[in-house]
Ligand binder design. Structure first.
Ligand code: MN
Length: 221
């Protein structure tokens, strides 16, 4: 999967997809989870990307796939050990995203203390909206993040309620992984997550960014 960064004519492959769990207190509470003391990071494969207008495949291995609407920060300039006060200069675009989650598989993984890679990593489980240049979006901590399913609002949160800011997440993840252009950070979901069904249309919105629209389609046996 390739993307085009704002201000660039070249396409580049999507790199690492870094995702942050439990970055809003109300979502942590609805999952009966504690608020973490430092960011909880997991990864998705680049094959999970699907762009706006595409189809999310509900896999036959799961009977309970949930939407999680998230602000996505797109890394345009790489680095390692990026200071927090320089971090936003490394973000070249923002987008609306969905962290699709096979909740039944995730619950089993949690109970067995297994990783979340399967629950979070199926093909098409990382819908990504159009990239909007960062300088057109403004302060990433002053955005509204929402999703409708079949035009009914399911989640509606504010990035001001994030536990760890976008700048801190760029800094923090860069102390672990060298960040590269084309890496994506899915910054966590507000409360209100819930299931989607075959034929549902989800529209994810982040203020200042173009909307992301995807249709759900159940995989046939
Ligand atoms: Mn999430």
């Amino acid at each position: 999967m390739k993307i085009t960064l704002p201000g660039s004519k070249e396409t580049l492959p999507v790199g690492k997809i870094l995702c942050i769990g439990r970055n809003y207190a109300k979502h942590a509470a609805e999952m009966q989870s504690d608020v973490p003391g430092e960011p909880m990071v997991f990864l998705k494969p680049s094959t999970a990307i699907v762009r706006s207008g595409g189809v999310v495949v509900l896999p036959k291995q799961s009977k309970d796939v949930h939407h999680e609407v998230e602000l996505v920060a797109v890394i345009g300039k790489g680095g390692r050990n990026i200071p927090e006060d320089e971090a936003l200069h490394h973000v070249s675009a923002y987008a609306a995203g969905l962290d699709m989650t096979a909740r039944d598989i995730q619950s089993k993984a949690k109970a067995n203390r297994h990783p979340w890679s399967v629950a979070k990593g199926f093909d098409t489980f990382a819908p990504l909206g159009p990239l909007t240049p960062a300088d057109q979006v403004g302060d990433p901590q002053q955005m509204e993040v929402s999703v409708t399913v079949n035009e009914e609002t399911r989640q509606n949160g504010r990035t001001a309620d994030m536990i760890f800011s976008v700048a801190y997440l760029v800094h923090y993840t860069s102390t672990i992984f060298t960040l590269e252009p084309g890496d994506l950070i899915y910054t966590g979901t507000p409360d209100g997550v819930g299931p989607v069904e075959d034929g549902d249309v989800a529209e994810a919105r982040v203020s200042g960014c173009a909307p992301l629209r995807v249709r759900m389609s159940r995989e046939l046996d």
